[in-house]
Design a protein around this ligand. Structure first.
Ligand code: PRX
Length: 708
């Protein structure tokens, strides 16, 4: 509760001071040859006052661990080449894959500057390949068909199954053939709305095999959100399931999908075919409503299909998938990623950041509905040839030790999760962790939001017993793969910093005017040149792509995040600088929540801000002005929250509704969110300049209505 929040705030304060202090007093380097737990723990030296004392440019020393890269000098040399000679650097890596036709020697080109014409990016020009072939067939042909590909772990610990690479390939081919039989082919969009069963990545790979463009919609989205996404890409097929169990809740996914298809039709797009996978343990066939002539069971669809399906060789820049993501304005955007660059980049980051070898057992807890589940579940690890856990459940069911029980069950080597999960497990106490050996663990990954130093230390010291490096990976839906992340055991870490850029990534900090900042600085995080998995467009709206990402600072891709660079060149991501909130690693646009609230007939106006939340990272705080004559009540509060749930999804439900007779606006009518953020966090003594407010009295009113 309150005390805990205070501790965390104080902790962050200390971390901030440590950052300001910048370069710490150097400590003697630790010799690499001493494979000792205390030495390993000393790689992250936390001294009095949580001042983080590190020696950068000296590898940390974790036992049983040989990175692909020897030391930071080797990284620097490779990094330099990746920036100066992207054609050569990435071309050499691309040689590891099968290309039906090779790319041209000078295969990259891009324009990142809106002043010089349309934004345009090209990788592996002239090349023809297929990512499904490289993720599956290649391993089978190399004699590794029997290697486990997916270790499926159900919601109930007693529910599990294994699929080998060959079995996955067979099922992918059968589905690919069925999709072809429906007339789905190169460039057609397929929406996928499924829980975490193996058929979800299988459906994605089947699309990739035939050159169709998949659009996965996270299973937690509402019917309305699904409808918008189906209609936007004009999906030829929807692939879904009968239901899903999440913890002890049964979710009628098919019912939501049916509504989604109905609503999409109202928006002008009819989906002719819906493929339904039966999830027996949630909703069996007999309890599932079937629409005759439209719905077909997955099992029936693939029965009788051949386990061989011709590969559609596609140009390197052929779109692989769309993934809708929230921005500060408007509807979610369909981010488009293309085959060749995405394939090479997700492979390379998976290999180096997770220090992953073929056959390693790896577990990423993300859902395939988000970019992490695309790049670091469906694609990257399969391209490497790893064995991975596909987890249907939640980290806290049936108990808070589920993750560590699963880690031991499969001997997981690399574990990848979000800070929100780490914080919630940390809250349950160390005993749940220590009940399980976790001897197999080598690397712990973090993604989705800034990790606070306190959670970082717990992850490192308790979960990893001080012997597993933490890789805090900063990236985005748009970037396709890791952008700033530690290469484990190559350089020293600092809890809370994503450290240094990956190969090919040239991050810069700019000020409000777009001037590049040098050395130790804090500013807006931009990327200066194209990397292989950079988004290529916003589906159906290239203009919006340019306006959103390239117009704010001409010459740069703008991430929407703020960051600080310390004296060692380490990056510290400070969070979004736009109107996007990050709740439990889920990206939510304030504008989307506001329009969901305003859609309620009793709501006149709404303004939404994020506030620090001890578990979720950020919570959603909504100011609501009611229509004339409508009175606030607990029932109305519930209705408003329900309205957001049904428009977006449960994960976007506001945590707080603050009744607001008026909102602080400038004379030109712009809502001053800065003021609303301060009121939400009870920092009204730090409001700053409010002289431009049309009615300054609104502020006091809001403070009084909030209560203490
Ligand atoms: O604000 C950053 C935060 O998540 C945003 C991207 O969200 P999304 O596109 O949903 O992708 C999440 C998975 C990559 C970023 O703009 N973010 C992501 N990873 C980190 C992070 N913030 C700080 N540290 C991270 N490691």
């Amino acid at each position: 509760g309150e005390a805990r929040r205070a501790v965390r705030a104080a902790d962050c304060g200390r971390a901030r001071r440590a950052r300001v202090a910048g370069a710490a007093r150097p400590r003697p380097a630790v010799a690499r040859s001493v494979p000792d737990k205390t030495v390993a723990a000393a790689a992250v030296e936390v001294v009095e006052g949580h001042h983080v004392d590190v020696v950068p440019h000296v590898p940390s020393n974790y036992p049983h661990f040989t990175p692909f890269i020897e030391n930071v000098e080797q990284y620097r040399a490779m990094y330099k080449r990746s920036i100066e000679d992207p054609d050569g650097f990435w071309g050499e890596i691309a040689e590891e894959f099968h290309w039906e036709r090779k790319w041209e020697e000078k295969h990259t080109s891009w324009n990142f500057d809106v002043r010089k014409g349309p934004i345009h990016i090209e990788w592996f020009k002239g090349g023809l390949t297929n990512i499904c072939y490289n993720a599956l067939d290649r391993h089978v042909q190399e004699g590794n068909g029997d290697r486990p590909c997916f270790l499926w772990e159900g919601n109930e610990p007693s529910d599990d199954s294994v699929m080998s690479y060959k079995q996955v390939l067979d099922e992918v081919c059968r589905m690919a053939n069925y999709l072809r039989s429906l007339g789905v082919g190169k460039g057609d969009a397929v929406s996928i709305y499924m829980p975490m069963v193996c058929e979800l990545p299988i459906a994605m790979l089947a699309c990739a095999r035939i050159g169709a463009v998949h659009s996965v919609v996270f299973g937690g989205f509402s019917a309305e959100a699904l409808a918008g996404r189906i209609a936007d890409c004009k999906a030829k097929v929807l692939i879904t399931s009968s239901g899903v169990m999440r913890g002890n809740k049964k979710i009628d996914l098919k019912g939501i999908a049916d509504r989604g298809v109905e609503l999409a039709a109202k928006e002008g797009h009819e989906v002719p075919t819906v493929i339904v996978r039966e999830i027996k343990h949630a909703v069996p066939r007999k309890d599932t409503k079937v629409v005759e002539g439209r719905d077909v069971w997955w099992e029936d669809a693939v029965a009788g299909q051949s386990t061989e399906a011709e590969v559609e060789w596609v140009e390197a820049d052929h779109p692989l998938f769309l993934l809708y993501t929230s921005g500060s304005t408007g509807n979610p955007k369909g981010v488009v990623h293309c085959t060749g660059g995405y394939m090479v980049y997700t492979y390379t980051t998976t290999k180096y950041v997770f220090n992953m070898q073929e056959g390693d057992v790896y577990w990423c807890t993300a859902d395939c509905g988000w970019i992490t589940g695309h790049s670091y579940l469906t694609y990257g690890p399969l391209l490497v040839g790893a064995t991975q856990v596909v987890f249907e459940g939640v980290p806290t069911y049936p108990g808070p030790d589920r993750c560590w029980q699963v880690v031991d069950k499969y001997k997981v080597k690399q574990f990848y999760t979000a800070p929100t999960a780490i914080r919630s497990l940390m809250r349950s106490g160390d005993l749940y962790v220590k009940e399980h050996g976790r001897d197999s663990l080598r690397i712990l990954g973090s993604v989705g939001e800034p990790i606070n130093p306190e959670a970082w230390r717990w992850y490192h010291d308790v979960v990893g017993d001080g012997r597993c490096p933490v890789v805090d990976t900063w990236w985005q839906t748009e970037t396709g793969g890791h952008m700033i992340a530690p290469l484990p055991n190559v350089w020293r870490q600092k809890p809370g910093s994503a450290t240094l850029p990956f190969f090919g990534v040239l991050p810069v900090l700019v000020d409000e005017k777009g001037n590049e900042l040098e050395g130790e600085a804090e500013g807006m995080l931009c990327i200066k040149q194209a990397w292989p998995s950079c988004l290529r467009t916003v589906y159906g709206d290239h203009e919006r792509y340019q306006t959103n990402y390239f117009a704010p600072f001409p010459g740069y891709y703008f991430s929407g995040d703020g960051a600080r660079r310390d004296a060692d060149g380490y990056f510290w991501i400070t969070g979004r600088v736009d109107d996007v909130i990050n709740v439990s690693g889920h990206r939510i646009g304030t504008a989307e929540v506001e329009s969901a609230l305003v859609a309620h007939p009793k709501c006149a106006e709404a303004a939404v801000v994020g506030y620090e939340h001890p578990i979720k990272g950020q919570g959603i705080y909504a100011y609501v002005t009611l229509m004339e004559g409508v009175h606030q009540s607990e029932d109305l509060r519930r209705e408003l929250v329900a309205s957001v749930r049904s428009t977006i999804g449960a994960f976007a439900a506001p945590d707080v509704i603050h009744w607001a007779p008026g909102l602080p606006k400038t004379r030109s009518g712009k809502i001053m969110r800065r003021v609303l953020r301060k009121i939400a966090t009870k920092q009204e003594d730090e409001l700053g300049d409010t002289s431009t407010l049309a009615d300054p009295a609104v502020v006091q009113q809001l403070v009084e209505l909030r209560g203490k």
